[in-house]
Design a protein around this ligand. Structure first.
Ligand SMILES: NC(=O)c1ccc[n+]([C@@H]2O[C@H](COP(=O)([O-])OP(=O)(O)OC[C@H]3O[C@@H](n4cnc5c(N)ncnc54)[C@H](O)[C@@H]3O)[C@@H](O)[C@H]2O)c1
Length: 360
């Protein structure tokens, strides 16, 4: 039996392949087409997943009225033109992170989404992990009270992909802030209830990438000399509700970790919590007792990259809001852009959009 929504993927490389099981699992979607400028990559994708309509030019997908959902999995710098074209063609759009590497581009996308009346979602798969969902439910039930401070980081030790689309500013839009900062920051803001960020003090520097013989464990390869993004960033963020956040991200740090250290601590008036341990900490003042509670974890029902596609399909089919709306990605990118502006200015910067546009 054919399913009601037809999906096309643009950019059939690495991450696209993690989305396919989601489109296959959803009762609403059928993956029918793919586009990629790399013909070999496209042919391999078609063979592997039984997709027959393969195009070297994404315009063929936009021109096809039978396509309902476009899934954009290209390098960062191509997200904006492709999202805008897809919305203009009347498609619902899910796009890999970062939705766009600048706040201005995300604003353009929001306007295009409003004109089209379609759904736009950022593929922030960490929200769809079982432990993230369990923590969100706990917070919404009031376990932490008002969250007034957070600490979060995503740190790697020599862990980066030393290819141009990640390490060249003109192709990636930035370094670990843009690549992995979006993951931990999106998850932190979402669990905090997406308070409005108002100011940031940040640093974004390349301290280790330009050292002699610097190398990346991920491809066991040297870091190219044209690396022109940050390798480390740290920030202190203030929110309109008085809450604060300390954030650290890095691809290259002399840190005690194999692979990746991704953590978040949230502190509220009724309790604190740790992700990914999924513990809640509280106390009873009258009884002078401290409590540590392990949340009941539901195992990941589905690999989270696939789960985000299933959630998007359901939202489109049932006419519900986008599971990760671009307005929330705009908050994320406004903070990351603020870190770069603060590094350049050497002081705290305002995140008020008017002032930010004038470089305050
Ligand atoms: N959510 C995650 O965990 C995660 C992990 C890795 C990458 N990503 C994101 O996914 C995106 C793609 O990364 P990747 O690792 O899959 O890269 P990739 O290089 O493996 O794949 C990108 C594909 O896009 C194709 N492409 C380039 N220009 C195109 C165009 N104009 N039209 C159609 N296709 C085009 C390339 O030929 C390539 O096959 C990036 O935005 C990245 O940040 C997300």
């Amino acid at each position: 039996m054919s399913k009601p929504l037809q999906v096309a993927i643009i950019g059939a490389g690495g991450i696209a392949r993690t989305h396919v099981p989601g489109w296959e699992a959803s009762p609403y979607t059928q993956l029918v087409a793919a586009a990629d400028v790399n013909i070999d990559m496209l042919a391999d994708f078609g063979r592997k997943f039984g997709v027959e309509r393969l195009y070297a030019d994404a315009d063929e997908i936009f021109a096809d009225p039978s396509i309902d959902i476009v899934d954009i999995c290209t390098p960062n710098r191509l997200h904006t033109p492709l999202v805008l074209a897809a919305l203009e063609a009347g498609k619902h759009v899910i796009c890999e992170k970062p939705l766009a590497p600048t706040p201005a581009e995300i604003r353009q996308m929001i306007e295009a989404r409003n004109r089209a009346g379609k759904l736009l979602m950022t593929a922030q798969h960490f929200r769809f992990k079982g432990n993230s969902q369990a923590m969100k439910r706990e917070i919404e039930a009031g376990a932490l009270g008002d969250i007034y401070h957070a600490r979060s980081w995503m740190l790697r030790r020599n862990g980066l992909i030393p290819t141009p689309t990640f390490i060249r500013q003109e192709l990636s839009g930035g370094g670990p802030c843009i690549d992995i900062g979006v993951h931990i920051l999106d998850l932190t803001l979402w669990l905090m209830g997406n308070p409005q960020p108002v100011a940031v003090t940040g640093v974004a520097r390349a301290e280790l990438a330009h050292q002699k013989d610097a190398w990346a464990t991920w491809r066991d390869a040297p870091i190219p000399s044209d690396f022109d993004v940050e390798d480390f960033a740290a920030a202190f963020v203030r929110f309109a509700n008085g809450a604060t956040l300390i954030l650290e991200v890095s691809w290259l740090l002399h840190h005690d970790t194999e692979g990746e250290d991704m953590q978040m601590w949230l502190y509220g008036t009724q309790g604190g919590s740790h992700w990914p341990k999924c513990e809640v900490y509280s106390s009873n003042n009258t009884a002078r007792q401290l409590y540590n509670r392990q949340l009941k974890l539901t195992k990941d029902v589905m690999e989270p990259h696939a789960a985000e596609c299933v959630a998007f399909a359901e939202a489109v089919y049932e006419g519900r809001p986008s599971p990760v709306p671009p307005e929330q990605s705009l908050q994320v990118m406004t903070i990351l852009d603020g870190i770069y502006r603060s590094q350049a200015a050497g002081r705290e910067v305002s995140l008020n959009s008017e002032e930010a546009a004038h470089g305050a």
